[in-house]
Design a protein around this ligand. Structure first.
Ligand code: SAH
Length: 285
């Protein structure tokens, strides 16, 4: 094994949901050091401005239903570049580990002795919560969030892994337990999700939302009820990428006017929220 092979590495980096500022400092540093960058289609290309001159950028998009770069090609390309001693950055939309087939890539690379490092990104569900101006775990309505694929049985083109064993998900049970459901890749199947939930006894008035291109400048937010999902998609021509959210937190916010105008010191007393000395020039770990 050569020294070059030892020093090559693949970084699987979450590029965030779209807003190029929703990138970690670590991601920015690694992008700037990369020899080659592989870019998925949901990644905002503006992020590439952090790359150094002369970097090689390769587009390896694969969108559901469209002609796409085979996974096996992407795997081999990453391993090949790393084996030449290159720093390979693989940029994936949102968080690289959420519905990104990351495990297939990690397994492939590690089986060939290629070092892999993971860098977290902000997943689109988080950006959708921000778009709704709601916490998806609002304790009054929800004790948890479930990230679901809208394609539980889908087996992606070129995949070597078996289709998901999740054949019939009981969404209604999750809703009845007070969970917020976030469907990734659920737009095309939203009529089916809607009718499944209605058939499982969830009220047509149950709150739902669709967030298209969360965090992007052309973000669109639609609040509706379960019974209105299909009509909303058609009427507003909602396009991918979009998330479908079902949960009481998706309903209109019940704005509570602030009646307590006590001063902060009255609330907190002398000690709570006390200022601490801070010197921005003093460096710490
Ligand atoms: N790893 C990504 C998800 C990849 S699956 C993440 O963490 O966000 C692709 C699906 O993600 C899309 O079909 C869509 O449902 C969702 N998605 C990705 N970016 C989005 C965005 N900016 N707004 C809304 N949905 C988005």
């Amino acid at each position: 094994m050569t020294q070059a092979r030892l020093s090559g590495k693949v970084f699987l980096i979450g590029a965030g949901p779209g807003d190029p500022e929703l990138l970690t400092l670590k991601a920015v540093r690694l992008i700037a050091q990369a020899d080659v960058i592989l870019v998925d289609d949901l990644v905002n290309r503006a992020i590439l401005r952090h790359a150094r001159a002369g970097v090689r950028v390769r587009y390896v998009g694969k969108r559901g239903g469209c002609r796409s770069t085979p996974q096996s090609f992407i795997n081999r390309l990453m391993a090949h570049e790393a084996s030449k001693g290159h720093q390979v950055v693989r940029l994936k939309g949102g968080d690289a580990l959420i519905f990104g087939r990351a495990n297939e890539e990690i397994d492939f690379l590690q089986a060939r002795g290629v070092m892999v490092e993971l860098v977290a990104g902000i997943t689109s569900a988080q950006a959708a919560g921000m778009a709704l101006m709601r916490s998806l775990t609002d304790r009054a309505h929800s004790h948890g969030v479930v990230f679901l694929t809208g394609h539980p049985r889908a087996k992606e083109h070129g995949s070597t892994s078996p289709a998901s064993p999740i054949q019939t998900t009981n969404y209604a049970a999750m809703i009845e337990q007070g969970l917020t459901l976030v469907f990734y890749m659920g737009l095309a199947r939203s009529p089916q999700i809607q009718s499944d939930l209605l058939a499982q006894g969830i009220s047509p008035d149950f709150p739902a939302a669709l967030v298209q291109r969360a965090s992007c400048t052309d973000e669109r937010v639609f609040r509706m009820t379960l019974g209105q999902i299909s009509a909303c998609v058609l009427e507003h021509d909602v396009q991918s990428p979009a998330l479908l959210i079902l949960g009481r937190v998706a309903g209109h916010s019940a704005f509570r006017s602030e009646t307590d105008f006590a001063t902060l010191s009255e609330i907190a007393g002398q000690h709570l929220g006390a200022e601490i000395p801070f010197d921005p020039r003093a460096r710490s770990g």
